[in-house]
Design a protein around this ligand. Structure first.
Ligand code: NZQ
Ligand code: ZN
Length: 387
């Protein structure tokens, strides 16, 4: 195990009807709130009205900015920053999924910055402060409700970039699993694929003696797989939704990364894919991850054997460990198929010539990934394996 610092101070409020407490949480920070949300699901479900009622009960002035698209766009972030500066907003409330939360975090950064917020995403400047952000989560997936990350797309250049700083972690996250009952099946599946990927990124490490975090990861992976399959057959299962919602948060609150070196190359490869195609992040990961696994498993065969054995209960063939490892990877792919997600780039009709473009955009200078250090040619090979 390697040395680490760990701090995650997002307050979690979990359970039925908890969105009714949003006003009392927001007023701790400001009486002027930017309410940020997506394309309309919260109005259709009635959640919007309940949020407004709770905010009004605390006499909070609400300025609204809706229209966040999946793979959230920089242009809307710029509008939000302008609104915050004009109205002297003191708090940003994100009601939605990872896209809304990430957009809210970008606005929170830009509201206190005199330059262009995109500077932070291009590493031209480092953020030092932001407005506080709070969350009412409607889809368990990205884990942005407790992460310090924000992923934004600059649409005119098809660039999808990440900022990650500790102070961007939301002040609170309200997690009511009932709010996820309106999710389309496809979005539920994409969410499960994303949270599983967040565990994979941390689990596949070369750091030795990380048994506690290994076991925490394995328990979470098993839970995600089991509960997500249950939801394919019964999307109204509240208990399965509750398990998945909590799993999505713990998968990405950084506890599982303590004492080890995470990889993150598959996320980078997927971000290039969603920047170009606008595919849902979770679906993109269902395509990329099996290919990455097939490409890198020999780097640490024992780890892939452990994964196959402990997560999928595959009997270890001590005469042929590679066979065991490959069976585990096959089970990952089978899981995505069960969730009706694509597992090949050909299924989404990607133009094969874009492989080189994505690899070039991803590997601009140094190699990426830690489990296996990937150069541009490796990335091309992984995309080809995913075809
Ligand atoms: O916009 P509305 O109408 O709300 O519809 C949304 C959207 O179309 C819909 N939806 C959400 N909750 C719903 C619902 N529909 C019905 N009922 C509900 N309860 O679902 C669609 C997808 O929403 P989105 O927010 O895009 O999903 P997700 O949470 O998967 O977020 C994806 C984004 O997060 C980034 C991804 O790259 C992607 O841009 N990520 C952010 C991370 C972070 N900040 O830490 C880490 C992740 O690895 C990821 O990269
Ligand atoms: Zn992700």
């Amino acid at each position: 195990m390697i040395n680490f610092d760990y701090k995650n101070d997002t307050k979690i409020i979990f359970g039925k009807t908890t969105e009714g407490r949003v006003g009392e949480e927001c007023i701790k920070y400001s009486d002027k709130v930017l309410l940020h949300y997506g394309g309309g699901s919260i109005k259709k479900s009635g959640l919007y009205n309940r949020i407004i009622t709770s905010l009004k009960e605390q006499n909070i002035t609400v300025i609204e900015l809706s229209g966040v698209k999946p793979n959230p766009r920089l242009s809307l972030v710029q509008q939000g920053i302008k609104l915050c500066k004009e109205h002297g907003i003191g708090f940003i409330l994100a009601v939605g999924g990872g896209s809304v939360i990430d957009s809210a975090k970008a606005i929170a950064l830009g509201a206190l910055y005199s330059g262009d917020v995109w500077d932070f995403y291009l590493n031209i400047n480092s953020p030092i402060e932001s407005l506080p952000v709070g969350v009412v989560l409607t889809i368990p997936a990205a884990g942005s409700e407790t992460s310090g990350g924000s992923v934004i797309t600059k649409e005119d250049e098809q660039l999808k970039k990440v900022v990650a700083v500790d102070f961007l972690r939301p002040k609170f996250a309200i997690l009511n699993p009932e709010l996820t009952l309106t999710l389309p099946d496809y979005q539920t599946s994409c969410g499960a694929a994303d949270m599983l990927a967040h565990v994979f990124e941390r689990y596949f490490t070369k750091v030795k003696n990380v048994d506690l975090t290994d076991r925490l990861c394995e328990a979470t992976m098993k839970t995600i797989i089991y509960q997500a399959k249950k939801l394919v057959n019964n999307p109204k299962d509240y208990e399965a939704r509750a398990e998945l919602m909590w799993a999505g948060t713990v998968a990405h609150n950084d506890l599982f990364g303590t004492g080890r070196i995470a990889d993150w190359a598959s996320h980078g490869l997927e971000h290039e894919l969603s920047a170009i195609t606008d595919i849902a992040h979770g679906a993109g990961l269902a395509i990329i991850f099996p290919a990455w696994m097939k490409y890198v498993y020999k780097e640490n065969l024992d780890r892939f054997v452990q994964f196959a054995s402990r997560v999928f209960n595959i009997d270890i063939n001590f005469e042929n460990l590679e066979e065991t490892a490959l069976k585990g990877i096959e089970e990952v792919e089978n899981f995505y198929k069960y969730l009706n997600l694509p597992v090949r780039l050909s299924e989404i009709n990607l133009d094969e010539s874009l492989i080189d473009v994505m690899a070039k955009k991803y590997i601009t200078d140094s190699n990426k990934g830690n489990f296996k250090s990937l150069n541009r040619e490796d990335c091309v090979n992984i995309y080809k394996l995913a075809f």
